[in-house]
Design a protein around this ligand. Structure first.
Ligand code: GDP
Ligand code: MN
Length: 375
């Protein structure tokens, strides 16, 4: 491992290697015991496993034990991946398409995990990736996440996910408070969203493997989605597709539970927003949902019709990332989350712009709802 040794002081690479080893260890710990592997499902999973801990973590890693004649561990095998055979289609189950669910996670909500565990896409085709901040709160979230993973991955085999990766962020978050008011202050937005971009990019570039067909971004505070979320989104066969993110709340007027829009980052540009952007300094960004900065964009959040057709689809210029389905090729071809002003946009909205420049259109489902936790 001369390469690894010479790179030991380069922190991002050390960090990635350490994370990969940690995943390998976790997958090994949580992989089925030999007695269980007699079932055909378990056997298939064993055969499906990657042979080397440095293999992309979209496949579970099988601990290599093969020894050479001289008693040393055999070198890792060469794996061939035919990317031209990799599909992302409207019928992902029939085509065995692997989905990578990515979650930046600062707080752990059991409701998020329960909802994730209820997704009825075959779990053996789902890999999970998380990135948690290196703060006291991030430590607590990581610990809670690990117990949830341990419970699911040692439970019934069909509930287990193909692989799980947890990354610890290698940079400090710009604001420590996770308090909603503090998070949403306009003065905190640029640094906060640039930092979120770095977290998302680190997570994406560390976990996207050659067999990933779809990437589903799902925030850690999305606590309710249809269990058919993956199939429902894939069915539209769009490069980038975002459902409408709402929130349940108690309405004191009607004295009943009700719903309201939560995420305002899915929008169509307006003349005003384009005009505003054209007059900005290169490093300035346009934000959505702030009275101080009216953009007159068309917000998908306001276009929900409660009894409307859930298949209604609209084109978008900006997308939010609370739940966001992306064909893996969009990321693979280079669309990421700009941690800098990109056409005066950052993070998920900047991603939409970057994807557009690569030739991919963004779409939204105003009548298909997912729900954000209510603090
Ligand atoms: P909001 O709903 O737009 O206010 O954004 P959130 O604060 O909920 O952040 C979006 C997602 O990123 C959630 O899943 C958070 O748990 C997570 N998150 C927030 N801050 C950080 C951070 O500093 N690092 C990481 N890794 N995740 C974070
Ligand atoms: Mn949130």
């Amino acid at each position: 491992m001369a390469v690894a040794r010479s790179l030991r002081r380069t922190s991002p690479i050390t960090f990635v290697l350490a994370s990969l080893l940690a995943i390998g260890f976790l997958v090994f710990l949580l992989s089925p015991s030999p007695s269980e592997s007699t079932s055909s499902s378990a056997r298939q999973r064993q055969e499906d496993a990657a042979e080397n801990p440095l293999s992309p973590p979209t496949k579970p890693f099988k601990k290599a034990t093969s020894l050479r004649k001289d008693g040393r561990v055999a070198p890792p095998p060469v794996e061939h991946y035919a990317l031209n055979k990799l599909t992302s289609t409207s019928n992902p189950i029939a085509n065995d398409e692997r989905v990578l669910i990515l979650t930046p996670l600062a707080r752990f909500y059991q409701e998020y995990w329960d909802n994730l565990a209820k997704l009825n896409y075959p779990h053996e085709l789902i890999s999970l990736g998380f990135i948690t901040p290196k703060t006291r709160e991030g430590d607590a979230a990581t610990a809670a996440l690990q117990s949830a993973i341990a419970a699911t991955q040692s439970g019934p085999i069909d509930n287990r996910f193909a692989s799980v990766t947890i990354l610890r962020q290698d940079f400090d978050p710009p604001i420590v408070s996770q308090n909603e008011k503090e998070r949403h202050k306009i003065s905190n937005q640029k640094v906060r969203r640039e930092s979120m971009s770095r977290a998302r990019n680190s997570l994406l570039f560390t976990t996207l493997g050659p067999s990933t067909s779809w990437v589903l971004w799902l925030d850690a505070d999305i606590v309710e989605t249809p269990s058919t979320l993956i199939q429902d989104l894939a069915r539209h066969d769009r490069p980038i597709l975002v459902p409408n993110c709402y929130q349940r709340f108690y309405d004191p007027n009607s004295k009943k539970m009700s719903v309201r829009p939560y995420d305002f980052n899915s929008w169509q540009d307006s003349e005003t927003s384009l005009e505003l952007a054209s007059k900005m300094d290169p490093d300035e960004i346009l934000l959505e949902g702030y009275e101080e900065m009216p953009t007159f964009r068309t917000l998908m959040a306001h276009l929900n019709e409660p009894s409307g057709d859930p298949d209604t689809i609209m084109e978008l210029d900006g997308v939010g990332g609370t739940a966001l389905m992306v064909k893996a090729e969009v990321h693979r071809h280079g669309a990421m989350f700009p941690a800098f002003a990109f056409y005066h946009l950052v993070e998920t909205e900047g991603f939409a712009k970057m994807a557009r420049r690569l030739g991919y259109f963004c779409w939204g489902l105003p009548n298909y709802l997912v729900y954000h936790y209510n603090e």
